[in-house]
Design a protein around this ligand. Structure first.
Ligand code: SDX
Length: 433
């Protein structure tokens, strides 16, 4: 329905009953049919597993137009933000609705910097894991435990405590993520340095060793920062919806973020970057691409091309465009331009974008397609890719959580179902079964 057909209601006819349902128009994008009174008036539910046609909330944080390949945060296009600002500016924008001026940025960055250390007792959690534990498993466990350390910022009705919990989470996620990485490679934890910016700090906590001075490479730090920006928020995706649903019960923010991390881990969602790199390694060379493309098209084969397709984007994911450019910058900086995986990825992209199956189903590379190659080139194992995604998305999760908590119309999320089980039955005693 084009926006020129500005209508304010729709009519639903059920038998001899006619029901008028209001239509609500947003700032842009699809309008919504308000079905809140449907069950009360008709005794029927709407049915939409996977929420392909359902708006779960209203939000002013991020706007996506999947057909046009548009992604904006508070109205700013993602490529403008990725090329001209940094992750702390984008975090401020998502939280407060406007880009910070110089003074606001310095204060925000300093407030985050001075919360980057974690309670020393938290180190004991890490030592309970096996060394080969997946870093995402460690992240789920350690973040879920944070509410045991920060009781003074778990009252979701206190604006000051919400702000403290938000800043603590943004500040401590990179420290915890780096600790998960260090633990997995058997190296000592590296404490944050207040002299470095967010992305430089993260790279140093991951790659510094006591035996030598760590030198920040500004090109790599800029690439890291851009990866954080590109993954910061993305409207009501699976993990953000998980955070919102968890928060709707007034659970504390640390528990809600841990729930979001768990959802993000899935290979259909944030786990796709790890799965995509593993797929590129399995393909191995350009002459095996056709075999994998054929498998992706085979209805009887569950294999999918990881890093392709998207629920919303039926055009190129604008983040993938920036990620692709960043990938070339990093490989050039490190003199690994002929990285075999990049050759496979570029050839796979070319073949897929010209294959009628992918064209018909509008399957384009998404944010996860190139991010794995950059992160591996930065020195991360594929098991850390989703952890890095979670560090970035923590900003989006918290912005969306704060928006939901401060919404005066907030209600606990409680979907219903289409029941398909047994009808009422008489109980049969054990000796009669
Ligand atoms: C992220 O929601 C977000 O915003 C997520 C995210 C964010 O920032 O939060 O953008 C991050 O999760 C990006 C997506 C990462 N996932 C992957 O790269 C995994 C591979 N992609 C697919 O699993 C899939 O495309 C999804 C899960 C991303 C989207 O699935 P949908 O929207 O439910 O679409 P679908 O599964 O119904 O697919 C539509 C058709 C199907 O064929 P038909 O049943 O119509 O015959 O396209 C086919 C699918 O079989 N298809 C693919 C495919 N993706 C979809 N075929 C081959 N390879 C693929 N990658």
């Amino acid at each position: 329905m084009s926006r020129s057909d500005k209508i304010d209601k729709v009519t639903l006819t059920i038998g001899d009953k006619t029901l008028e349902l209001p239509v609500i128009h947003g700032a842009e994008g699809p309008s919504v049919i308000d079905v809140r009174k449907l069950y009360g008036e008709t005794g029927m539910f709407t049915y939409d597993p996977g929420f392909t046609s359902t708006a779960s909330c209203d939000s002013s944080i991020t706007y996506i137009d999947g057909e046009e390949g548009i992604l904006r945060h508070r109205g700013y296009p993602i490529d403008d933000l990725a090329m001209n600002s940094d992750f702390m500016e984008v975090a401020y924008l998502l939280f407060y609705g406007d880009l910070p001026n110089q003074r606001e940025k310095e204060k925000f960055s300093s407030d985050i910097t001075y919360h980057t250390m974690v309670h020393e007792q938290l180190l004991n959690f890490f030592h309970g894991f096996r060394r080969d534990a997946h870093p995402m498993a460690i992240l789920c466990g350690v973040v879920g435990a944070l509410s045991a350390f920060y009781h003074d910022s778990t009252d979701i009705n206190d604006p000051h405590q919400r702000m403290v919990a938000t800043y603590r989470m943004v500040a401590k996620m990179p420290t915890i993520a780096a600790m998960a990485f260090k633990y997995s490679v058997g190296q000592p934890f590296v404490y944050p340095s207040n002299e470095l910016n967010y992305s430089e700090n993260f790279l140093r906590m991951c790659f510094a060793v006591p035996a030598e001075e760590y030198k920040v490479n500004p090109v790599l730090a800029r690439a890291m920062d851009r990866i954080f920006i590109l993954h910061a928020d993305h409207e009501q995706n699976a993990s953000t919806s998980t955070v919102r649903l968890s928060g709707s019960s007034d659970a504390n923010p640390f528990a809600c973020i841990a729930a979001g991390i768990a959802s993000l881990w899935g290979p259909a969602h944030g786990g796709a970057n790890e799965a995509c790199l593993n797929m590129l390694e399995e393909i191995g060379s350009v002459d095996r691409i056709d075999e994998f493309v054929a498998r992706a098209k085979d209805k009887d084969d569950p294999f999918r091309l990881m890093g392709f397709g998207h629920r919303v984007y039926k055009n190129y994911d604008p983040r993938a465009t920036v990620m692709r450019q960043t990938c070339h910058e990093v490989l050039d900086e490190l003199g690994v331009r002929d990285e075999p995986l990049l050759q496979v990825a570029m050839k796979l992209e070319e073949i897929a974008l010209n294959d009628e199956y992918f064209i018909e189903k509008k399957l384009y590379p998404n944010v996860d397609f190139y991010s794995g190659i950059i992160q591996r080139t930065l020195g991360f194992p594929s098991s850390m890719f989703t952890v890095i995604f979670a560090v970035a998305r923590t900003v989006g999760w918290l912005a969306q959580w704060n928006e939901m908590i401060t919404d005066p119309t907030k209600k606990i999320g409680r979907p219903r179902q289409l029941y398909t089980g047994s009808n009422g039955r008489e109980f049969v005693a054990l000796d009669k079964r």
